[in-house]
Design a protein around this ligand. Sequence first.
Ligand code: DHB
Length: 390
Amino acid sequence: MSPSLATTVGGVPLTSCVYNASGPRSGTAAALSKVCQSRSGGVLAKSATILKQNGNPQPRTYHAGNSLASFNSEGLPNNGIDYYIAAGTIEECMASCDDDSKPYMVSISGKTLADNLEMLSRIAKAPSLSKIKAVELNLACPNVIGKPIIAYDFEQMKSILQEVSSAMKDTPLKLGIKLPPYFDGPHFQQAADILNEFDGSIAYVASINTLGNSLVIDPHSEAPVISSNQGFAGLSGQAVKYTALANVRKLRLALKDSIDVVGVGGVASGRDAFELILCGATAVQVGTCHWTEGPKCFDRICQELEELMESKGYQSIADFKGKLKDWSREGADIARAAAKKEASSQGGTGTKELKSSGSDNNTNLILALLVGLLAILLADKLSNGALLPF
Ligand code: DHB
């Protein structure tokens, strides 16, 4: 029997722990219906503002290093909250799903607290309310010109959470909070202390959003490659996985158990998902890889995760969630042996014991040449009775 990827996020059941991040390919019902048709465990819409908006001018995205690092300064292009909560939109998104239980979720990123409260009030009054399982409040957008990242301002974050949690208390909706990456020890603790104050209201945090204010320069034009916001943009993709792993780990250790952590950032393989779950994530979201590969990435990542779990004898997410081990000499030996096996199965030159390395080959060549030369000299001496001059 193949392992189960089923999980729950803040009490919402998902048949697969891999689903789409709010961001690329999530702005329209047509795009979301493709997510729904894939093995994505849920369908999460693009961060909405009150009104439809086009976002920042083009060019506003860039992929570097074969998509190892991607950049966006989109400025929240979206169809407006009414579109994402309209019964017709949700119907179009979800009609093509095989799995009737797949949850539909929305994300809000108001320009002000009043905007967020207005959007929550519209969601709570929407005729389609029962079809919306969660609201992800984005406190981490780095690309709205003139607006700092809210979750870096702890005072503001706390007052927003007070208002939002009281506005949501009579709704059946689960509240998720999208967080930016933190980098300094005390910041993780400060953020977690505030989030823990709302442990009855916050169902999950999604960590991490893009690394804000990154810059790509073109040396030919001697200018940024992105036109808006002086070229400053959020960094995402495989390059940020290591920051995501650390954020998920630190938050999982500091948050109360009632708040789930969803890992986001650089997930492009089953192994990436596995590592984030080891750090304590209950599910993972895929953003940049969905952008570059399209919705078939969900099928591939799920299959890779299942294969990895099977190879380890894990039957469920609970078998390894949060079970990251401490470093040990024994563990390092296991890692080294596995790397050796992998290199040899790929016909690589990673192991001196199994295959001689490049420098060994050179030594052998020099030795062979010397032996050959010696043989010539000896033959010459034997035939002429004298050594050749050098
Ligand atoms: C955008 C970027 C983000 O990182 C985000 O969380 C929401 C929106 C954007 O620029 O559109």
